[in-house]
Design a protein around this ligand. Sequence first.
Ligand SMILES: Nc1ncnc2c1ncn2[C@@H]1O[C@H](COP(=O)(O)OP(=O)(O)O)[C@@H](O)[C@H]1O
Ligand SMILES: [Mg+2]
Length: 396
Amino acid sequence: MVPHQSVFKDESKLDINYIPQKLPHRETQQRLLMEFFNFILSCPEKMAQRVILTGDVGTGKTALAQHFGANITSGANKRGLKFRYVHVNCREYRGSLSPILHRAVTVFRPNYPARGYGSEEILGTLMQVLDEENAHMILTLDEFDSLIEKEGSDAVYKLTRLQEMRQGKPQRLSFIFIMRDLSAIEKLDESAKSTLQRSIIRLERYGKPQLIDILNERVSIAFEYGAVPEDVVDLIAELAFSETGNARFGIELLWRAGKYADAEEAGCVEPERVRMAVSSIIPGLRRSELSSFGLHEKLFLLAVARYFKENEQAYVSLSEVEKAYAVTCEEFDETPNGHTQIWNYAQYLSKLGVLKTEVATAETRGRTTRISLPSIPAGELEKELTASLKSEKGRV
Ligand SMILES: Nc1ncnc2c1ncn2[C@@H]1O[C@H](COP(=O)(O)OP(=O)(O)O)[C@@H](O)[C@H]1O
Ligand SMILES: [Mg+2]
């Protein structure tokens, strides 16, 4: 028997962690980052920089930062500078500052003990190590929202006031903060806020033509020549565009459609495989999307899911959900956030199309926000969220 030929040439190029060599349509932002950090290559001791990268899910924030990190590292190496780019996803550390800083220290001191030190001490150690090594570092804090959520203004102070505490000494540490939306900054007190909001680079959602370019690029390195017809790329781009211009969704669809093609030994990714791929992930909530939600967004959504699982109504008022959310918070040992935050969660999830919110005017009670869950089965959503929350909370 002749083994059937896969449509893939190199599936790993569609992996969620793969960093592409080229980032079409992010050239301007790449150049901007380079401008902001140019001093690292010419006079690293004289300056430190803090830049915020912001944009919706799948707009290429992580890819852009890592791509830039690789570029500036090779530039620094060529000049014989001791430089490290360190990229940490704060959510993986549940937003705790100490283990995040620990990661940065271990770049130079792999045996530095993981426990027993507070964040201030570890930060002190990090600076000392950078001095000893005569080195410079850009520390990228990805999903920085989760650090703000967990540690608040204090942590931001510690990071941004660093250099002021080291008057007269060479500068060593710069930051890139990545956050989906800037509303988390609103939670901080005024001075922490003002130290953060200097250089902001916004990544707008991709349009369909841009998504086509991004997908074509990926098709050429991941698939056999001719395995993905042009109109299939077009179809996937259309779908990703209507999903908030999310490139990650497009790439996930591409991969799944390829898997379906291989499973049927089709030798080519036809539109029907794309439709199969879509129906396998919609309306069920995609895991990749779920994992990008903040802890409290998940707790909030879990409250909604449970409400609709247990009640026959199609709508629930925000205040009712607020009560249910307090219960889920208690269950997962979290302090519930206030009304404004809850309203933000509802708005965000509704923007993503997970929920629907509308303002209803009831004669007796004035204006109330009501929520519905139009397209995701509540039971399934509950299952996914519970699993995700358990693994998030269970991780040390
Ligand atoms: N301009 C681009 N060119 C190529 N691939 C891209 C581009 N933008 C995003 N991607 C890819 O889309 C996916 C999502 O991007 P990512 O950086 O993870 O988004 P974010 O961090 O903003 O949620 C990744 O697989 C990434 O490699
Ligand atoms: Mg990201």
